[in-house]
Design a protein around this ligand. Structure first.
Ligand code: PAF
Length: 289
């Protein structure tokens, strides 16, 4: 059965409230559409976590920088709704930009600290856009379990902090990165890659896998672990925003002399052709790539 598509924020909230009044729990999967297996795995997590699953599909303009891909970001609501039809999804919330940002809208949420590293400096304003739209979406859905993927690890941490800092009545649940059989992390932006670029894009997961194998063989030096990623990515990508090794809780980079204690985040952002790709692994926790 195809899910109902709801455009109006008030109608969406009323639907969720009525389900909660019946004693049902709501799970929420926010997305920008162009759904792939990664999103569908989050829907399955939502299905297991609660009685009612709502998926939002909204390409949020405020999280794109002036020279980013807002205009060309793939949008196909009909195809997305079809993909969700074979899953248990009660409603798709797909508002217009005007419904989310009516004339006179002038409020922004800033999450400090965690947004100052990794993607933060490379995408000024991005996390303010994400934090603002996610706050709005969580208010429109109301108390729920909200499911986010670990591929956007920094986004996940920022949203966990947002929910804590603002006492939002929401439990954040995370889902693992879903990969193609050859290791490429699934992303809506992979659709931009030519066959040749896709081949070079594999360097991100290959580099992270090399770091994981080194770690599993006992390497704990931050520099050596980073080198394994750099060896793959620098040669294959057209440009690199960062290849970093950081504390997975604070997202603060380790210094060159540091040794990894228990777990550590290794994260990369690079451009292949004109496509900006990100990937990460938490060593000591993730079993892939
Ligand atoms: O991860 C995404 O798809 C987006 O950043 C999100 C969380 C839906 C906010 O627009």
């Amino acid at each position: 059965m195809p899910p109902d598509v709801i455009r109006d924020p008030e109608e969406m909230l009323a639907r969720c409230e009525s389900r909660r009044r019946n004693g049902e729990q709501v799970a929420f999967v926010p997305s920008m559409g162009s759904l792939h297996q990664g999103h569908l795995s989050l829907v399955e997590i939502a299905n297991r976590a609660a009685d009612v699953t709502v998926v939002s599909i909204f390409v949020n303009p405020t999280q794109f920088g002036p020279n980013e891909d807002l205009e060309k970001y793939p949008r196909d609501l009909e195809a997305d709704v079809k993909k969700l039809s074979s899953h248990r999804v009660d409603a798709v919330f797909s508002p217009s930009p005007k419904a989310m940002y009516p004339d006179g809208f002038d409020t922004e949420i800033t999450v400090g600290g965690l947004t100052e590293t990794l993607c933060g400096p490379h995408r000024p304003g991005h996390f303010n856009g994400v934090a603002t739209v996610v706050t709005k979406l969580l208010n429109i859905i109301g108390p729920c379990k909200a499911v986010f993927g670990r591929k956007d690890f920094q986004q996940l941490k920022v949203i966990e902090k947002l929910v804590r800092d603002l006492n939002l009545p929401v439990e954040i649940v995370s889902g693992p990165t879903v990969r193609e059989p050859d290791g490429l992390a699934m992303s809506s932006r992979n659709a931009y890659l030519s066959a040749e670029e896709r081949h070079r894009a594999l360097s991100l997961s290959k580099g992270l896998r090399a770091a994981r194998v080194l770690f599993e063989n006992g390497e704990r030096g931050a520099v050596r672990l980073l080198e394994a990623v750099k060896n793959e990515v620098v040669a294959a990508a057209d440009s690199v925003d960062y290849i970093d090794i950081a504390n997975p809780k604070t997202l603060v980079s380790l210094s060159e002399k540091d040794l990894v204690k228990e777990t550590v985040l290794v994260a990369v952002a690079a451009r292949v052709g004109s496509t900006r790709l990100i990937d990460n692994v938490v060593l000591g926790e993730d079993t892939a790539p």
